[in-house]
Design a protein around this ligand. Structure first.
Ligand code: HEM
Length: 339
């Protein structure tokens, strides 16, 4: 009997959590929940009552709840981009010197190669946060109304933007830690000694290269600011923080600051590359360097964003989002529908 009561309580708790989760994602039920509705039982109280570990879920209920459904698309995208970039960088930085000169650069894989993969994934995911908004604006401009439904793939993508952003922050944080670990590596210390020896051989007193010093100071500083802004974006996406903001404040941070962060990340990569942009030696086996590939999508997103900010488009989009409908486009669509 006691056992049966326990099972019923477990089921109730699990169903309550599922219901709670569904309510959380359903704006209608979320908004309609007010102080007049009965309060849900205290979790701590239930815990004490049943002695049941809240992280355990009965087997029959397990299949009803999907695991991290909103993370599927962003994680798949991140994994695909990471794998392709990893293979590409290994080919250029490790396999190419091995095949051409027999040099063993396999030691580069754990840190140097990985630290090319991490920023590429991070900046691409960040660009993917803002790309669906641009596609949605293009749809609205094309349809001349906001009342026509977006395609399902775009809806799904729009709903996963928060997860794309959080993953971008995760990869950027790892990239920062990996980057800051560079001088700690033994390979770096040996290289430094070798450079010093070469300098003595060349009878050079000063190794200072002014433009290289400026390049590094600027790109590392921009990287740090970009990471700090990403952290701010991540913090404001926590429900308890976002709930304390007004819609305008939340939108300002997530949209304006996010795009600014993408811009900083792109300038960071541009300045990191510095004069390598015009160096043909960077094209190993006719392949472009990763920094060129990394900024491709962000550059497209930033350019589209600037185009949409032009007064002719901006005013039209604002009107459409306030409910205005383009009579020409609506009539055309109706005629086509009747045909
Ligand atoms: C504390 C923050 C950061 C530091 C210290 C930092 C440092 C670095 C360093 C040292 C490199 C050169 C890597 C190499 O040796 O190949 C680099 C490259 C790069 N970083 Fe950062 N970074 C930071 C934040 C960011 C952020 C927030 C982004 C973008 C969201 C970003 C995007 C890039 C990109 C795209 C490259 C070019 C990678 C390549 O293709 O070679 N970084 N960063």
């Amino acid at each position: 009997m006691e056992n049966r009561k326990d099972i019923t309580n477990q089921e109730e708790l699990c169903e309550m959590k599922t219901r709670e989760k569904m309510e959380e994602h359903d704006p209608l039920t979320k908004n309609s929940r007010d102080s007049s509705t009965p309060k849900r039982p205290d979790l701590f109280h239930l815990h004490q009552m049943t002695g049941f570990d809240e992280f355990e879920c009965p087997a029959d209920l397990r299949h009803k709840q999907e695991l991290f459904p909103q993370w599927h698309l962003p994680i798949k995208m991140a994994a695909i981009i990471a794998l392709i970039t990893f293979l590409y960088t290994c080919l250029r930085d490790v396999i190419h010197p091995f095949v051409m000169t027999g040099a063993h650069f396999f030691y580069k894989i754990p840190i140097l190669v990985i630290n090319k993969v991490l920023p590429v994934v991070s900046i691409t995911l960040l660009a993917l946060v803002y790309l669906p908004g641009i596609i949605a604006a293009a749809f609205q401009l094309h349809n001349g109304t906001k009342y026509k439904r977006f395609p399902d793939w775009l809806n799904k993508w729009m709903l996963a933007r928060k997860q794309f952003g959080l993953l971008s922050f995760f990869f950027a944080s790892l990239h920062a830690i990996y980057s800051l670990s560079y001088p700690m590596r033994r390979s770096y210390r040996y290289k430094l000694l070798n450079w010093a020896y070469e300098q003595v051989q060349q009878n050079k007193e000063d190794a200072w290269v002014e433009h290289d010093v400026w390049r590094m100071e600027i790109y590392v500083s921009l990287g740090i600011v970009a990471l700090a802004l990403l952290a701010l974006l991540a913090v404001t996406s926590i429900p308890s923080v976002s709930n304390s903001l007004t819609w305008r404040e939340f939108h300002y941070i997530q949209s304006k600051l996010g795009i600014f962060c993408l811009l900083l990340g792109t300038i960071h990569a541009l300045i990191f590359a510095w004069n390598k942009w015009v160096d043909v030696k960077q094209f190993v086996w006719y392949t472009p360097p990763t920094f060129m590939i990394a900024i491709l999508l962000p550059a497209v997103v930033l350019t589209c964003k600037v185009i949409l900010l032009l007064p002719c488009y901006r005013k039209r989009i604002q009107k459409i989002r306030h409910g205005w409908e383009d009579p020409v486009k609506i009539n055309k669509a109706e005629v086509a529908f009747q045909l």
